[in-house]
Write a protein that binds this ligand. Structure first.
Ligand code: CU
Length: 335
């Protein structure tokens, strides 16, 4: 009961200044956003007024419309038929990782494999019993022994330097201004929540085959609701699960993080350019494990802000580290 009272109170306080300052602010229809029950009521009030201001400029009367659903680009953010390399990367760590794989590891592995194969073939042919009936009794050769110790050490060191740097980069904490999104794995769909923007959790299910085909989206990779993120801004994903272990993976963004019940894992990255990036659950999680796809729609920052407003969320103050909550819908109805 106490909670309900404080919800209503927070709502009233949140909307009072917004109404006084700006008539059309109510048209914003901040829908279905839970109020922070015990937070300082002045904070939501401030952010509500703050959030509605740009919306009022752009569309003074109606609710902000969501940007149109972005069309995926064939071969970008998704696997291509017959492809055997890593997907094209759209984050910094992804690019470094792909470089490490393509430019360092693959050539080194290839050279070593060919060298060992040639050496074995040479020894088998040149020193076979019929060609070399009296075998050599040599048991030591200092030069060869030094070489086969030092050369592998140098090769390993050369790999270790960029590899350890990449490992550290992948787990670097997010910058303070990163947008936080909570990702929850369920059997068998994903839930996305935007605590910074005050957008409550919505779920993302597999898009049926006919709808995916009609939309020009890849079936089994396309969900109905996408995870919408800003391009060019740091993002922090807090990843967890509600039932069994899942794994949130988007190969073209170099993201793969286990979603473990009762535990919050964190992954931070900045998507370089707008686009649709597909992924899948990558931890065997039950019967429909193969049917819980992921699609990240990276929008240009202005369009992302528009999307946040269209979902009833609020925009954060520039540089503010605390979260901003939109005004609660309950309160709005009671006014
Ligand atoms: Cu799963």
């Amino acid at each position: 009961m106490k909670k309900v009272k404080s919800l209503v109170l927070a709502g009233l306080l949140a909307f009072a200044p917004a109404m006084a300052m700006n008539g059309p602010a109510l048209a914003q229809e901040n829908a279905a956003v839970a109020a922070p029950a015990s937070d300082n009521a002045a904070a939501p009030a401030e952010s509500a007024a703050n959030a509605t201001a740009p919306a009022a400029e752009a569309a003074p009367v109606a609710k902000v419309a969501a940007p149109p659903r972005m069309k995926p680009t064939e071969g970008i953010g998704m696997p291509r038929p017959g492809e055997y390399t890593l997907q094209e990367q759209f984050t910094d760590t992804g690019k470094t990782a792909r470089w490490l794989h393509d430019v360092m590891l693959l050539p080194i592995i290839t050279i070593i494999s060919i060298f060992v194969l040639v050496l074995m073939l040479y020894v088998m042919i040149r020193y076979r019993r019929s060609a070399n009936p009296v075998p050599s009794k040599t048991s030591h050769n200092t030069l060869v022994e030094v070489l086969w110790t030092v050369v592998p050490v140098l090769v390993l060191l050369a790999i270790a330097v960029p590899s350890i740097g990449l490992l550290a980069d992948q787990y670097k904490p997010a910058p303070k201004d990163a947008l936080t999104v909570k990702v929850t794995g369920y059997q068998w769909y994903w839930g996305y929540e935007y605590p910074d923007a005050g957008i409550p959790e919505f779920v993302s299910n597999l898009l049926p085959e006919d709808k995916a085909k009609a939309n020009g989206e890849p079936y089994l990779l396309a969900p109905d609701n996408r995870l919408v993120l800003p391009a060019g801004r740091p993002v922090k994903l807090i990843i967890t699960a509600a039932d069994v272990i899942h794994s949130f993976a988007v190969p073209s963004l170099w993201v793969k993080m286990d979603a473990v019940p009762g535990r919050l894992n964190e992954k931070s990255f900045t998507i370089e350019k707008p686009g649709v990036y597909y992924g899948q659950c990558s931890e065997l999680c039950g019967a429909r494990h193969g049917f819980m796809p992921i699609a990240i729609e990276a929008l240009p920052p202005e369009q992302f802000d528009q999307w946040v407003l269209s979902q009833g969320g609020s925009l954060r103050k520039e540089g503010a580290a605390t979260t901003a909550q939109a005004a609660p819908a309950d309160g709005a109805k009671k006014i």
